[in-house]
Ligand binder design. Structure first.
Ligand code: TK8
Length: 341
């Protein structure tokens, strides 16, 4: 081999080493990038074990873990362990909490339009609300929420609400007179029960069981799934089926968290949240259909309230909210009529 050829061979060896080195570095940085992308997101909610919201949050976490090949893990903290619904919303707004499966009333303290889904007797079944929540009105509400630093990924459900209390069975509106009734921090629920002559008292859901047991309040209103999973029937004598209002469960992510995710990861989360929504809504309906018997067996006395009388007595609430909110009330009424066709 000539001197020149030997030189060429040396150079080739050198460049092979360089290529190998570059490959190793590229692999290492890919590994580091993959490692860096591994994320844990915290999801807070206020529902008790067994509640459709709790079950669906767990389903959501599993779907996200599977969809991301184990890279994104969702740490679920239920039962208001991270604070009340209102506190969790505030934490999401300031970037201290990633995700919350929250509540309509607390959202309405920040986005007043959200309260309109709870206009008295607007829906008699959750199914009537789903179509509207998944359509342009739901999208408008999501845009209003985003303006307030709350990115709504989906509207889950919370059900149709009924009244429980320890004083007497609530048959007609006058039976509510003077009853101290816990409500969420929801301007609509407060207006409804003021119109009915009760004494509405906002208390965080996590403090409700004790407040009922200690007699701080006489009663409360919630869907059967919450009366059951939070064991409120243990500390209440009467359950009156009033069906006075509906509530959705807004599923909200912190915009900063959302923007920090790659578009691929955003897709994984969107897909999971939509599947979990369908599951949550159906599980709510399934539980509601079985719970009355269980609640009766649990010792609570059930009666049917005079719904037309309640409907009549709460008509002024529509007028005051129409004045307060403008078009959304009429849009909602029109969409509800269409949905019933
Ligand atoms: C649970 C609450 C509950 C709501 C309430 O955290 O506060 O009464 O109905 O579902 O969000």
């Amino acid at each position: 081999m000539s001197k020149g050829e030997r030189g060429k061979e040396e150079k080739m060896k050198d460049s092979t080493v360089i290529v190998l080195l570059v490959c190793c570095l590229a692999c290492a940085s890919l590994l580091i990038a993959a490692e860096a992308e591994a994320r844990t997101l915290i999801l807070g909610h206020g529902a008790a074990p067994g509640n459709p919201r709790t079950l669906a949050c767990d389903v959501f976490a599993k779907l996200v873990s599977d969809g991301s090949g184990g890279r994104i893990s969702i740490q679920v903290q239920g039962s208001e362990q991270l604070g009340s619904d209102v506190e969790m919303l505030q934490a999401v707004q300031i970037g201290a909490l990633d995700i919350t499966a929250n509540s309509q009333g607390p959202l309405a303290t920040i986005v007043p339009e959200a309260a309109t889904f709870g206009l008295p007797f607007l829906f008699s079944m959750p199914q009537q609300a789903w179509q509207i929540l998944d359509g342009p009105i739901g999208d408008k509400l999501a845009a209003l929420s985003e303006n307030q630093g709350l990115k709504v990924l989906a509207w889950w459900d919370n059900g149709i609400r009924h009244i429980t209390n320890n004083v007497r069975p609530i048959k007609g509106p006058t039976d509510l007179h003077g009853i101290k009734l816990r409500t969420p921090k929801d301007p609509m629920t407060i207006d409804i029960f003021k119109a009915l002559g009760a004494n509405p008292t906002p208390i965080a859901f996590g403090e409700l069981y004790l407040a009922l047991r200690q007699g701080t309040v006489d009663g409360q209103e919630n869907p059967l799934v919450n009366i059951w999973s939070s064991k409120l029937y243990e500390v209440q004598k009467y359950l009156s089926l009033s069906g006075h209002k509906y509530e959705m469960t807004p599923f909200i992510i912190c915009p900063k968290t959302w923007q920090s995710l790659s578009s691929q990861d955003q897709e994984v989360i969107q897909h999971a949240v939509q599947l979990a929504k369908t599951y949550q809504r159906l599980e709510l309906v399934r539980q509601e259909s079985m719970l009355l018997d269980k609640l009766v067996a649990g010792g609570i006395k059930v009666n049917k309230a005079n719904q037309p009388a309640f409907h009549q007595a709460t008509k002024p609430v529509y007028e005051s909210w129409r004045k307060k909110m403008g078009t959304i009330v009429d849009d909602l009424l029109k969409a509800t009529e269409d949905a019933r066709k």
